[in-house]
Design a protein around this ligand. Sequence first.
Ligand code: SF4
Ligand code: SF4
Length: 394
Amino acid sequence: MTTPQSLKESIKAAAAELGFQRTVIASLEPMETERQEYERWLALGYAAGMEYLKRNPHFRTSPQLLYPEGRSAIVVSVSYYSEVPPPPPGFFGKVARYAVGLDYHAVIRAKLRELNARIEKIAGRKVLAKAYTDDVSLFEQGLAARHGLGFAGRHTLIIGPELMGTYNFVAELITELELDADEPYAGTCGKCFRCGEGCPTDAIEYGVGVNANKCISYLTIENKEGIPLGLRKQLGRWVFGCDVCQDVCPYNQRPNAAPWEEFSPDKGAGHYLDLFSILELETDEAFRERFAHTPLRRPKLRGLARNALAVIGNILAEESQSSDCKITQEDLDKAAAKLFKFIESAPESMLKEHAYWALAQYKCENTRKKLRRFVDRETDSGVSNLAEQYVLSS
Ligand code: SF4
Ligand code: SF4
């Protein structure tokens, strides 16, 4: 006979068989304390341009409203970790680990549907359930931290037993089954603040969380504007997302490897992107085809091209000032020539401005002279003022 306890254990065993590293059961009670903290974070303006996060915090923290048929949430986590190979020489940008494979939304939802099919077999009847992962309508992190998946680290990601760090996706299956909720997990960061100290843009505030206005993940993915001038250099080589606060976290010393091949870099965009190949994509259709079924579609072609230009600028700066050059002078000049060509046919002012900025980072007298000529005949007034500043400071 299936008892509530044995049903819960069987569900956790079924989730583990599918590859989820940790499963906990959460209640659907409104998350009052979490809502207040979340509203404080919103009031500080730290959601930046993510309007969808600002809408109706009450709804986001009330899972019962989201799925009225639900009685409990099965909260799971799965690793996306893969080792990062050494960077290829040349103009390549880094991709955050979570995005190197196929789009996790589709992959995880399919696994959660499979989990529900197994639960139906165990329960011996049809079970109503709805799958969520990285869903704007649900405050997932609160649900996970409330019931023992782990605790929220100062970088805001969940750290917990069996998770072996933070390179994990969190997802939920809200089910009509009444299951006993698990207790919270009592972990802490202690006195550590390595994530905040290591963050290239000082985006993490002690005791507050991440200020998305400064976070490279936001700036390179959700942000629809240009990369702020004051933060462009700090992007370093990150062309999509950023892993620094996770890479320095002491909880990430022995991460679990991703259990599913869909998260392997061979299946998606991989750990590094050829930056000029992005600038060569001429249409949105070509972009969608190149990055089909991967998370890299999120910023669209203009966003990824913007990021590529910023990273090219950083590589030009680094290589033209370093005594340990990895790129030949000839290849640096070729890169500059491609940027001049890009300016001549840039589809919009924002991208053109980023291309001027990138060229101004190259410490090369010939390029500086040519840049001067380009700026003098620039007719886009929104661009020419900034480009003038760049050439003066180059
Ligand atoms: S993702 Fe990068 S920029 Fe954002 S908080 Fe972490 S270290 Fe800072
Ligand atoms: S780096 Fe330190 S402070 Fe930041 S989340 Fe990890 S343990 Fe916590």
